[in-house]
Write a protein that binds this ligand. Structure first.
Ligand code: NAD
Length: 358
């Protein structure tokens, strides 16, 4: 029995999570899946109910679960409350409390949607890359940090720091994942300028010795940013630190055209994970039944693959998504002329139906 905690959150969160749960129940009927579901409040919804965006009860359930399916949090309603109580703080606290240090962001472009990308279809069609970003260290967390007065002016400073053990564990995640894919890893650094990434390059190279089948390459971050828009299909798995990963994963995301199509996972040492769409709570379209649920449905596929070790179920969910795109069904954000515009619920139902029929 595996346990999944569902955290719908705010805005379109509940609408898209509902569709992922529909797909999960179709998966349960088709496969031998033994899943126990629980649900809890997070974000603005939790603040409204309990005065805290991550109540103790939610955190306790998250610690106990094997995996977490997360919708989205936030909205204008909570933008002006005290900083510590804002919905985003709930998510950050959840990630750090659970030690989710490895952020996986696939950028997959279904050939059916190649026109949605700002790049030429032949450059991006069939794109399938995975960015592995270190999520709990690096310059975003390094001490000392701050803004101080020095020689009569203000000086801002941050510390870019990674320990060898932090570098090793993220490298291993990237190598393990690459072994299940194309067996190629590109480690992105700025070793020509920053000592911390000089060490990063050394440590990643040492760790690679345990993976003789992996083809490891290294690239400076400026070149990687350029290569991602020039010839993105050259990559299989990219592994990098928190700051570079933040920027490169957003760049890679845009290659695929719609933010409504992008899933993500954040994993701990034992492959327990939090799975969520890359987008936010989209308050501008919440409650209208037009949000694209596919990023959340594909996050569920990642959950099956990485936390429940059910690659078979993950593959089937992804095939069902592809089948529905082949049928020409599109939510408003990916709609083009000649296709059929459907609602959030119709899209979820179509994927569940396609999954049921195999
Ligand atoms: P957003 O991702 O919510 O929306 C950006 C644009 O993309 C909007 O026009 C929105 O309508 C559209 N969009 C997003 N998801 C979509 C989907 N599934 N289908 C169709 N269209 C979709 O980003 P934002 O507007 O900058 O932020 C809105 C709120 O979400 C803010 O409160 C922000 O703090 C929060 N946020 C939360 C997360 C998270 O929960 N992990 C991430 C980013 C932003």
């Amino acid at each position: 029995m595996s346990s999944i905690l569902v955290l719908p959150g705010d805005g379109i969160g509940p609408e898209i999570v509902e569709q992922a749960l529909r797909v999960l129940s179709a998966a349960e009927q088709r496969f031998d899946l033994n899943v126990e579901l629980d649900q809890a409040l997070v974000g603005g919804a939790a603040y409204d109910a309990e005065g805290d965006p991550l109540p103790e009860s939610t955190l306790a359930k998250a610690r106990a679960a094997d995996a977490i399916l997360f919708g989205a949090i936030g909205g204008p309603k909570w933008d002006t409350i005290e900083r510590d109580k804002r919905p985003e703080r709930g998510l950050l606290r959840l990630r750090s409390s659970l030690g989710l240090f490895a952020n996986l962001r696939p950028a997959i472009l279904f050939p059916q949607l190649a026109d949605a990308s700002s790049l030429k279809p032949e450059v991006v069609s069939g794109l399938d890359i995975l960015i592995v970003r270190e999520l709990t260290g690096g310059i975003y967390f390094g001490q000392p940090r701050g803004i101080k007065e020095e020689n009569g002016e203000r000086v801002g400073f941050n510390t870019y720091v990674y320990s060898e053990s932090e570098m090793k564990r993220i490298a291993r995640v990237a190598f393990d994942l690459a072994m299940q894919r194309g067996k190629r890893v590109c480690s992105v650094d700025k070793a020509n300028v920053l000592e911390v990434t000089e060490l990063w390059k050394e440590v990643v190279t040492e760790e690679a010795k345990a993976y003789p089948e992996i083809e490891l390459s290294h690239m400076y971050v400026d070149n990687a940013a350029m290569q991602l828009v020039r010839a993105p299909k050259q990559f299989d798995v990219i592994v990098t630190g928190n700051l570079f990963g933040d920027i490169l994963s957003d760049e890679a995301a845009m290659l695929t055209g719609s933010i409504g199509m992008l899933p993500s996972a954040s994993l701990d040492e034992n492959r327990k994970g939090l799975y969520e769409p890359c987008h936010g709570s989209a308050p501008d379209i919440a409650g209208q039944g037009i949000a694209n649920p596919l990023a959340t449905i594909m996050s569920l596929a990642m959950l099956m693959r990485y936390s429940l070790q059910r690659g078979d179920v993950a593959d089937a969910i992804e095939s069902a998504v592809e089948k529905v795109l082949d049928q020409g069904l599109r939510t408003a954000d990916i709609y083009t002329e000649g296709t059929r515009k459907v609602s959030t619920g119709e899209m979820g139902a179509a994927v569940a139906e396609a999954l049921s029929h195999g």
